[in-house]
Design a protein around this ligand. Structure first.
Ligand code: SF4
Length: 479
């Protein structure tokens, strides 16, 4: 009874909060209109995103609120309002933001009415806030990952404040639905199914900046997807730091596999993707649902990080080399046409060349279609950052080059298996390098470029895979 009362209270709170924020959007709109009169033009805004697909989805929410408040969205940082949605997964991400803030300040010197805001994972680090407070006083608004839904309210505070507004929360259990969103692509969309991570891999800052796991209710997720499909979306990417943990905190627990079955039923939805599935708890049920599905794409991102069980243990990944290989083998057996991609870290504290050999052994055995390979980045506040045996740079570099070579060789081999076949591609955009070509994505996530009419963008069309060029194809549209 108490749980039911609690869930109703949560629902009411969330609904009330939605109404409250919608009212703040109105209020922010008054300030934007006032600014328009002062400037003599419709105020412009620019949302710059750093990092992962979770951040890209959050930026679509920021854009939706700014647009509803009366701003015009542009891609140029010379805009009247600029917001950086930051990432902190590696140190170079922080350095990039500090570097670009200097440029923003020079633009602000020319346009004193310009407002600058910072949000996202980097802002969850107290040392960063102190540094910005001291050295970047021209920033007007700072908030974190837990109160993005309060953006309209924070905009109003910014307009009413003299000086920098800072609002960082350590954590939240609040999920607020139905706020405006401005999607980057009309035909596909990311969907948050859960927030936060409880895994605490020893190198990773995410659990400290994104908080504890909390899942959205399946009803809200399905309702959102249904309205997106009604709005022209054919493909969704379900987002979570570890989607396998979906539903654990719901009063009516539901597994990720069960959620997928419900989403599969949505009429008009053509493709379902998801990211990220942790190898430690990827279930047989999930493999079965993927196997039987006609909509779940034939691609699985399965981060390995290291092939050495000794290093995996130090990373707190909670699986061994053998367990990972057995899982990959089972997935390939059950879903033979699946593409598997992965993440690999080279240079984790204590790593020896023999550990890199183990990683290379897994790459050769699993045969990934692609792998994102990173050099270990020390993140203050993570257990790994305090580990003694940090690896010398030249040793890391040597290991990294060895791993990269094997990834490229095996991926080239693997991706080329489709040459000469005709496969369905979702046409995503005009090729950035060659405007006479379109860029499409196969169900297995492989990219194909081919000649075609721009009208095909957003459609799923058959393409003949003529030439393999490593990680992508050149193809021909099949009439
Ligand atoms: S699963 Fe591990 S690597 Fe992934 S976000 Fe969580 S702590 Fe970080």
């Amino acid at each position: 009874m108490n749980e039911l009362k609690q869930s109703i209270t949560d629902k009411l709170n969330s609904h009330e909060e939605t109404q409250r924020q919608l009212a703040y959007i109105q209020k922010a709109g008054e300030y934007v209109r006032k600014l328009e009169q002062e400037l003599g033009h419709k105020p412009t805004c620019c949302v710059t995103t750093f990092g992962c697909q979770m951040n890209a989805r959050d930026s679509e929410k920021l854009s939706g609120i700014l647009e509803r408040a009366g701003y015009e969205l542009i891609e140029d940082e010379d805009a009247d309002f600029v917001i950086y949605n930051t990432c902190t997964v590696r140190d170079n991400a922080n350095q990039r933001v500090y570097g670009r803030l200097g440029h923003l300040n020079s633009l602000k010197k020319k346009n004193p009415h310009k407002k600058i805001a910072l949000c996202g994972c980097m802002m969850q680090e107290p040392s960063v806030i102190e540094k910005i407070r001291q050295s970047y006083r021209f920033v007007d608004l700072i908030f974190g990952t837990h109160n993005i839904y309060k953006f309209a309210e924070l905009l109003v505070n910014m307009f009413e404040a003299d000086g920098m507004v800072i609002d960082i929360w350590q954590d939240t259990d609040q999920i607020v639905e139905d706020l405006p969103v401005e999607r980057k692509y009309p035909f596909k969309s990311g969907i948050n199914i859960m927030f936060g991570c409880n895994n605490f891999c020893s190198y990773c800052i995410v659990p400290y900046v994104r908080g504890r796991e909390r899942s959205r209710s399946p009803r809200d997720i399905i309702r959102e997807i249904e309205s997106l499909v009604a709005d022209g979306v054919v493909e969704v990417m379900l987002l979570g730091q570890n989607v396998n943990s979906y539903g654990k905190n719901l009063e009516e627990p539901m597994t990720f596999a069960q959620l997928l079955r419900e989403i599969e039923k949505i009429q008009g939805l053509k493709r379902i993707r998801f990211m990220t599935s942790h190898p430690k708890d990827l279930s047989d049920e999930l493999i079965q649902v993927m196997k039987e599905s006609t909509k779940i794409c034939r691609h699985l991102h399965l981060p390995l990080q290291s092939g050495s069980s000794r290093i995996l243990n130090a990373m707190n990944r909670r699986y061994t080399k053998e367990q990972y290989l057995a899982l990959a083998e089972k997935i390939r057996r059950e879903i033979p046409d699946i593409s598997i991609t992965t993440d690999i870290i080279v240079g984790f504290p204590g790593e020896e060349p023999a550990d890199v050999d183990e990683t290379i052994d897994v790459i050769q055995k699993v045969q990934y279609d692609n792998a994102f390979t990173f050099i270990y980045s020390k993140r203050t506040g993570t257990p790994a950052a305090a580990m003694e045996n940090q690896v010398p740079e030249e040793v890391v570099k040597e290991g990294f080059d060895r791993v990269l070579k094997v990834v490229q060789d095996t991926a080239r081999e693997r991706v080329s298996r489709l040459q000469g076949q005709t496969m369905e591609a979702l046409v995503e955009e005009v090729n950035e390098q060659d405007a006479s070509l379109l860029t499409g994505r196969l169900s297995n996530n492989t990219i194909v470029h081919f000649k075609g009419d721009k009208k095909l963008i957003g459609q799923i069309v058959p393409v003949y895979l003529k030439e393999c060029h490593g990680f992508y194809y050149l193809g021909e549209a099949v009439k």
